[in-house]
Design a protein around this ligand. Structure first.
Ligand SMILES: Cc1cc2nc3c(=O)[nH]c(=O)nc-3n(C[C@H](O)[C@H](O)[C@H](O)COP(=O)(O)O)c2cc1C
Length: 494
């Protein structure tokens, strides 16, 4: 058995996407609160925590910056200072909200969604020597917003060998694992699908936050598992590395020197005008004292910076236990913004995202209901509203009142051919990156976005006009205006 014994993933693709109800019935479900229900937060008793700066900024940069593709600086690595690191980890995968009230399902919420708030993804990081932290490997402890030191020393070359990349210029390396039992205690055989989807969402979110903070990140799916197991001290068989994200300082923006070069000479060639125009009093005083001789006196006004990523992440919400949007239409502009979910991200798989993005438009002002493909808004087919009630399991979302339904769609055949069994996790994580972007872009527009797995795949393929059975809808994301609920939602701000 091994990665190229693809009968294993062929069966798993089939069971988790086409026969999920049967699979879950067969393997049974665990009970939340039972003795085998693991804790929601990882603790390392006996290890002294290294606190991260306990003040998180409430603005971190425009959402547009979260999608910038800045070239990385591959020599002269910058050290990420403690304040930026704390901001990156908190907004990237921190504890952001506690929900309470008669209808609240699960109390602890992070900046990234998680099926039933189990949060199987664990975040480790390698840091070089810096003023705030010594070189070594750490675990991010969300509950205390602190780092847990696991192993000291500079392991840059070892990690580089494990991911087959030169990390000489890396300022940090993030390692995402999945502690499978945190989800498997409940979902048993089905859990690997959820774990890989969530790891991708966390990766996608970390990329966005890193980019807003001026860092460049890439997702590596090709790595030597065992090396990483040992490096981050995993118990074999319990936890699995799923993605590695080296972070580099981005190349500085080009200085405006090209504009200034030759300015003095051009100015000298200009015809001079008499200095004293005879103006007097306040007018003269205002005119003279509004002049600038150095452009640095005034900072350029950024063109339409748009909403801040921090605000979008705080607004991100899955819509409560039962998501029943208000049915109020949204503006067509929202669809154009959602298209950003398909902007490229850096990955060792080559061009990414690898999935396609289908949307069902229901209540969008100025856009005819129907099925479209983003980012170009190509119309695929008409909407068949009578076929929308396609949920599996108990209802969790009012399908008819969501404004838009989004479906990242992956080519199962292509993923297996390229990556073997690993292709299952890669496809789920890739769709996860896109899904998290959708959730955050919806948050920025003041909308909730509910990722849901409980849908009947062949029926959704049919609804989307997909005829190739290898093209699988990996997620269903309903987007709409939230209704008032009897739920108290308190932000956690460090
Ligand atoms: C991979 C994944 C699968 C999910 N599947 C479902 C689902 O099938 N049904 C559902 O009601 N919610 C589903 N959710 C949504 C979570 O239950 C929801 O995100 C969680 O309650 C956290 O709420 P928050 O996103 O508002 O913080 C899923 C979330 C993820 C990440």
């Amino acid at each position: 058995m091994g990665n190229w014994d693809i009968a294993i993933s062929d069966k798993y693709w089939h069971d988790t996407y086409l026969e999920s109800t049967e699979m879950i019935t067969r393997s049974g479900v665990g009970v939340e609160g039972a003795p085998d229900d693991p804790p929601r937060f990882r603790g390392y008793p006996g290890i002294r925590l290294c606190p991260l700066p306990q003040r998180i900024p409430d603005a971190i940069g425009s959402l547009a910056d979260a999608f910038l593709d800045r070239p990385p600086r591959i020599t002269d690595p910058g050290v990420i200072e403690g304040h930026t690191l704390g901001t990156l980890l908190y907004y990237g995968y921190g504890l952001a909200r506690v929900d309470m009230g008669p209808v609240s399902g699960w109390p602890y919420h992070r900046t990234v969604p998680s099926a039933r708030c189990f949060y199987p993804t664990e975040l480790y990081l390698w840091l070089p020597d810096g003023p705030d932290f010594a070189a070594g490997v750490y675990h991010y402890d969300q509950l205390h917003h602190a780092l847990v030191p696991l192993r000291d020393g500079d392991h840059r070359e070892l990690i580089g060998d494990a991911v087959d990349a030169d990390l000489a210029g890396a300022s940090a390396v993030l390692i995402l694992t999945s502690h499978l039992w945190k989800t498997a205690f409940r979902y048993r055989d089905y859990a690997f699908r959820l774990c890989t989807q969530e790891a991708g969402m966390v990766a996608g979110n970390l990329l966005m936050v890193a980019s807003a903070l001026g860092l460049t990140g890439a997702v590596h799916f090709r790595f030597l598992d065992e090396v990483l197991d040992r490096l981050v001290c995993l118990t074999e068989g319990e936890e699995q590395p799923l993605a590695v994200l080296p972070l580099h300082a981005a190349k500085e923006k080009a200085e405006p020197a090209s504009l200034l070069a030759g300015l003095a000479e051009r100015r000298a060639r200009l015809r001079t005008v008499p200095a004293d125009l005879g103006l007097a009093g306040a007018t003269y005083e205002m005119a003279v004292n509004s002049r600038i001789g150095d452009l640095g006196e005034l900072q350029p006004i950024a063109a339409a910076p748009g909403p801040d990523l921090a605000r979008a992440l705080r607004e991100r919400n899955s819509g409560g236990t039962f998501f029943k949007p208000t049915n109020e239409p949204v503006d067509a502009e929202v669809l154009h913004r959602l298209a950003d979910a398909m902007l490229p991200y850096r990955s060792d798989t080559g061009s990414a995202p690898m999935c396609r993005l289908y949307v069902i438009v229901q209540h969008v002002t100025g856009v005819e209901p129907g099925v479209y493909r983003l980012p170009d808004m190509d119309r695929v087919t008409d909407l068949q509203p009578d076929r929308l009630g396609l949920g599996l399991g108990p209802p969790v979302m009012d399908m008819r009142s969501v404004n838009v339904l989004c479906y990242p769609v992956s080519d199962r055949r292509e993923m297996t051919t390229r990556f073997g069994n690993r292709g299952f996790g890669v496809a789920n994580a890739d769709a996860g990156v896109v899904t998290q972007r959708l959730c955050v872009l919806a948050g920025a527009a003041g909308l909730a976005a509910r990722p849901v797995n409980g849908y009947h795949v062949p029926a959704v393929q049919n609804l989307l006009g997909i005829t190739d059975p290898a093209l699988l809808p990996m997620f269903q994301v309903g987007i709409g205006h939230r209704n008032i609920t009897a739920q108290y939602e308190m932000p956690i701000i460090f």
